[in-house]
Design a protein around this ligand. Structure first.
Ligand SMILES: Cc1cc2nc3c(=O)[nH]c(=O)nc-3n(C[C@H](O)[C@H](O)[C@H](O)COP(=O)(O)O)c2cc1C
Length: 674
């Protein structure tokens, strides 16, 4: 498919996505992008690339193209992508009031004087006409640098409520009185000029793409595809060489499976675009299903299959489709752990693909793993996310693997949690691994099997990996209360494990107490209130499920609970209970609050199920490898468990010295002023 002067070799298009690496970790980001190109993506894009120090997103390490000094790092990326015959795209951006400029300390800029989008109590200043001219020059200069760095496609970015080009478009933000404000013609002027400038500067060599959010999913309160969204596309129709269209804000665009169902949730908003332009169109929305992909192209809705998360979960998705290995696709589960790493400014990770972000520093590949030095008999106890991943990778390395688990069905916590409202797609973590394990000649599965230390000793395997998971505490001990509940009236107390095992709850008010701050407290409150229980959520945090801010879900969770009539009590720590009520104290003042309830579910901390591990380790004659992995080692996210299982399988048979040597490459700042 031609994109202006360049041609993509197929229809798979990795749209811009951050990596938590950006300008700080150039070699790591180049290796990550290279993996996508090797996996068959015809276009591989960078994350948003700041064009100027007044668009400084620190502390988040996005891409940066402030000046010539950024070019060597960018060249690493384009060379890596070109090695696999793919096109390299760069998403130029000025983030306006979304850029706090914490590093550069320049005053932020915006169409009008307004607050920063973060909580930092500072305002962006209104741009003058001279500022707009300067912005156009910065963008143009950045485009020339991008071309010089070897990029084939240069983006003008008007999306996610995060960019100046979009801020000028939106009447809710742009209340200017001059020729850049007022009518749509005026509000579109800056975007048009940026496209024209970019075409003029580099259009002979590079395809010029526009990323536009055509709908804000806010009804008449925001831009709508049926109104100004389509009008903008119509006005600019064939000016760019490619339209990359989506919805805003970022939480709507990168919606999780918990709230937005699978595959193609953006189609109804963007399907008009091809009728307005002769230029190719790319769109996204967790496009995992090859059938849907074909149908979208055949129905003339898109020319390219765009993907961020499906390409993170499986960088080799295009090649697998090409070779017909569709069951090999490691499908995205839509959990947004990838987003959480960007939100935290650390290298990207993925629940399904533990090699994501480890391409350079650990030299990991999602499809291959080093053969074992000596193939031996191994045993994995437990078939949750850590056990399954460990077993699979041990087998791929050539070891013989026995996988024993207590239950009839494999999956562990993934199986249990996937039964909760909205989390069904999480079962893919198990399904992807189980279907491979079931077919693997080196693997034997032993369901319904509870092994004692004696049983394990008799099996005489060279290596034993204990993946027995963890259980939730019943005593109230957690981050805010290290002493636990005073005088617990035990019939009242449940743990998430009880609920996941479908234990019957009494009639009456169910109190969910969340001192963990992850997703589970909010999910349980949602699940139970959806089932018809009267639910009260009490948390030691100031908002519901605070960690989910990082996965772009927090506001949806809190809104849904409020809509479902869940009473929410923030800032309370559990103190004591009777058989009909629980006493809490304010985390700040200690003031008491007593809440009546029929049952309390404690979401506080977990305790590793590591008795078997310790028993095996305590045997004097043991001389083989015994290792704990996943939640049995340290309870965490499912992504942590998968990673732990993967790491253990990779490291097995390496000496401690080798492990430490390979642990892991770092990118250090050069100690020269430049
Ligand atoms: C980790 C992550 C980082 C992202 N960063 C960017 C970005 O820098 N620029 C951008 O335009 N979109 C960004 N996005 C949005 C994606 O490009 C994409 O539009 C969105 O995730 C929906 O597509 P998907 O379902 O294929 O992930 C990001 C998405 C993810 C998951």
């Amino acid at each position: 498919v031609a994109i202006g002067p360049v041609t993509a070799r197929n229809r798979f298009y990795q749209v811009p996505h951050c990596t938590g690496m950006g300008h700080l970790r150039p070699q790591a980001v180049a290796a990550l992008r290279e993996m996508k190109a090797a996996g068959g993506w015809a276009v591989v894009s960078t994350e948003e690339a700041e064009i100027h120090p007044s668009s400084d997103l620190s502390p988040y390490p996005e891409q940066r193209i402030w000046d010539q000094r950024d070019l060597p790092a960018l060249r690493l990326i384009t060379d890596a992508i070109h090695r696999h015959d793919a096109l390299a795209a760069i998403e130029l951006v000025h983030n306006g009031n979304n850029a706090p400029n914490l590093y550069s300390r320049l005053p932020p800029i915006a169409p009008v004087s307004m607050s920063l989008s973060s909580d930092y109590p500072k305002q962006a200043r209104q741009m003058s006409i001279e500022d707009i001219q300067q912005l156009r020059r910065w963008h143009r200069d950045a485009a020339v640098r991008a071309r010089d760095a070897g990029f084939d496609i240069v983006y003008v970015y008007a999306g996610h409520l995060m960019t100046l080009a979009q801020h000028f478009l939106l009447p809710t933000i742009n209340q200017r009185q001059d020729c850049y404000g007022g009518s749509l013609e005026n509000r579109v002027r800056l975007l048009r000029e940026l496209i024209e400038d970019t075409k003029d500067a580099v259009g002979q060599h590079c395809g010029i793409a526009v990323r536009l959010a055509v709908d804000e999913l806010a009804g008449s309160e925001g831009m709508q595809a049926s109104e100004e969204g389509s009008a903008v596309v119509e006005m600019l129709a064939d000016l760019p060489d490619l339209w990359d269209v989506n919805v805003a804000d970022w939480s709507n665009d990168s919606a999780t499976t918990r709230f937005v169902p699978e595959d193609g949730y953006q189609i109804s908003y963007i399907e008009f675009v091809k009728s307005k332009t002769a230029k190719p169109v790319v769109a996204t929305g967790r496009l995992n299903s090859p059938d849907l992909m074909v149908s979208l192209v055949k129905r003339g809705i898109v020319d390219f299959i765009g993907a961020a998360r499906p390409s993170i979960s499986d960088p080799f998705l295009p090649n697998k489709i090409k070779s017909g290995d569709i069951s090999e696709i490691r499908e995205c589960i839509g959990c947004n752990i990838c987003v959480s790493s960007d939100s935290l400014g650390v290298p990207i990770r993925c629940t399904q693909n533990p090699t994501m972000g480890e391409e350079w520093r650990r030299n990991w590949h999602p499809e291959t793993i080093d053969a074992a030095r000596t193939a031996v008999d191994t045993l994995v106890v437990g078939a949750g996310p850590a056990g399954l991943e460990c077993a699979l990778q041990l087998a791929q390395r050539g070891h013989r693997v026995q996988l024993a688990y207590e239950t009839a069905e494999a999956g562990g916590r993934v199986l249990a949690e996937s039964r909760l409202r909205g989390l069904g797609a999480w079962l893919r973590v198990r399904d992807y691994r189980m279907q491979k394990l079931q077919q693997h000649s080196k693997v034997q599965l032993f369901p319904d099997n509870t092994l004692s230390a004696n049983d394990i000793a008799e099996l005489d395997c060279k290596a034993v990996f204990i993946a027995t998971g963890a259980k939730w505490r019943r005593d109230g001990i957690g981050r805010s209360n290290r002493k636990g509940i005073q005088s617990p009236a035990s019939p009242l107390i449940y743990t998430p494990d009880d609920i996941l095992k479908d234990e019957n709850l009494p009639d009456g008010n169910i109190l969910v107490y969340d001192d963990e701050h992850g997703y589970l407290g909010g999910v349980l409150a949602d699940h139970l209130s959806h089932q018809g229980h009267a639910v009260t959520l009490v948390t030691s945090a100031s908002i519901v499920s605070p960690w989910t801010v990082y996965t772009l879900e927090q506001h949806r969770i809190q809104a849904r609970l409020i809509d479902q009539g869940v009473a929410i009590y923030p800032n309370l720590v559990i103190d004591s209970s009777t058989d009909s009520s629980v006493l809490f104290k304010c985390v700040f003042s200690g003031q008491p609050t007593e809440l009546e309830c029929a049952a309390t579910i404690l979401v506080t901390e977990r305790v590793s199920n590591d008795e078997l591990f310790h028993e095996l380790r305590s045997r004097p004659a043991v001389n083989h490898h015994i290792e704990r992995i996943g939640d049995a080692l340290a309870p965490g996210l499912i992504a942590d468990a998968v990673f732990s299982g993967h790491l253990a399988a990779r490291d097995y048979q390496a000496t401690q010295h080798e492990i430490e040597d390979a642990w892991y490459k770092r990118e250090l700042p050069a100690l020269t002023p430049w």
